[in-house]
Design a protein around this ligand. Structure first.
Ligand SMILES: NC(=O)c1ccc[n+]([C@@H]2O[C@H](COP(=O)([O-])OP(=O)(O)OC[C@H]3O[C@@H](n4cnc5c(N)ncnc54)[C@H](OP(=O)(O)O)[C@@H]3O)[C@@H](O)[C@H]2O)c1
Length: 260
């Protein structure tokens, strides 16, 4: 199926690893010109090299999404190079340690800055560019934790619930500029962030009806669809991609029965 993304310009924050890099590659495969950012030059170089090995061209520059000046310089550079932005994927994020009420204020604040205030910062900076060339799409990467949290996820569920609310606010405020805004809320996805948080992730498969983690590419494919005109009547929604996690009380039922 042709998603009609050829020559669209897409910005993916945190596009140097995990879900962001997988999304960048899916969009590039669809013919989009994809620009990624992250803080580390090393990760950026590795991401561009990994994509090249698959015959895909990615552009990139370092930027910190929590820093207004740093992201402004990045966005201005993208505009200077490409003269348009059609798609913004607000993907950069971090996990959070420990119990919410035991966090140092600095950690609490950094999680909110990285996961929530960054969405405000990057959208505020890029949406005027998207509007200038006729409109487009902003996709915010939320999390299943924005709806249903684990205990001891620190400030993470709060940050993602905020992303869901901000998605609806932005969708309403930007509609007249022909900009759709949606959130994608993945369940457990095979990335470095998840490995760092949980180490052995096998127990998480029991929470999903499909009895496995998501592959980052599967999240990227949903994002590509939402970025396309095929999703032209979808805005202000939080769309979960979780293999049916926490939708029934006994998600392992049919697997356990099958395996005796
Ligand atoms: N993995 C999961 O199970 C899961 C589930 C639900 C939602 N999510 C969400 O999906 C998104 C991506 O997660 P992931 O698992 O793919 O994470 P990841 O593998 O840890 O990758 C995070 C990416 O974000 C970048 N980043 C972090 N802080 C940044 C900052 N301040 N400025 C710019 N870039 C920054 C990192 O690059 P640098 O370190 O170089 O900056 C990296 O490219 C996050 O929003 C996460 O909350 C993940």
């Amino acid at each position: 199926m042709d998603l009609g993304l050829k020559n669209k310009v897409a910005v993916v924050t945190g596009g140097t690893l995990g879900i962001g890099l997988a999304t960048a590659k899916v969009l590039a495969r669809e013919g989009a010109k994809v620009v990624v950012c992250g803080r580390s030059q090393e990760k950026l170089d590795a991401a561009i090299a990994a994509a090249k090995e698959e015959g895909l061209l990615l552009w990139g520059k370092t930027a910190d999404v929590t820093d207004e000046k740093s992201f402004r310089e990045f966005a201005d550079w993208v505009w200077g190079e490409f003269g348009r932005v059609d798609i913004l994927v607000n993907n950069a994020g971090r996990g959070s340690p420990g119990a919410a009420l035991t966090l140092e204020k600095e950690v609490w604040q950094n999680v909110l800055d990285t996961n929530l205030t960054s969405v405000w910062n990057c959208s505020k900076t890029v949406s005027p560019y998207i509007a200038k060339t006729g409109g487009g799409v902003i996709i915010n990467i939320s999390s299943l934790s924005g709806r249903i949290a684990f205990t001891h996820q620190g400030a993470y569920p709060v940050s993602k619930a905020g992303v869901n609310a901000l998605t609806r606010v932005m969708a309403s405020e930007l509609a007249a500029d022909n900009i759709r805004v949606v959130a994608v809320a993945p369940g457990f996805t095979e990335t470095e962030m998840l490995k760092k948080k949980y180490g052995d992730t096998s127990f998480l498969t029991d929470t999903a009806i499909l009895h496995r983690l998501a592959k980052p590419e599967e999240v990227g494919q949903l994002i590509a669809f939402l970025a396309s005109d095929l999703a032209g009547y979808i805005t202000a929604e939080v769309i979960e991609i979780s293999g049916g996690a926490f939708q029934v009380r006994d998600p392992g039922f049919s697997w356990n029965r099958k395996n005796g």
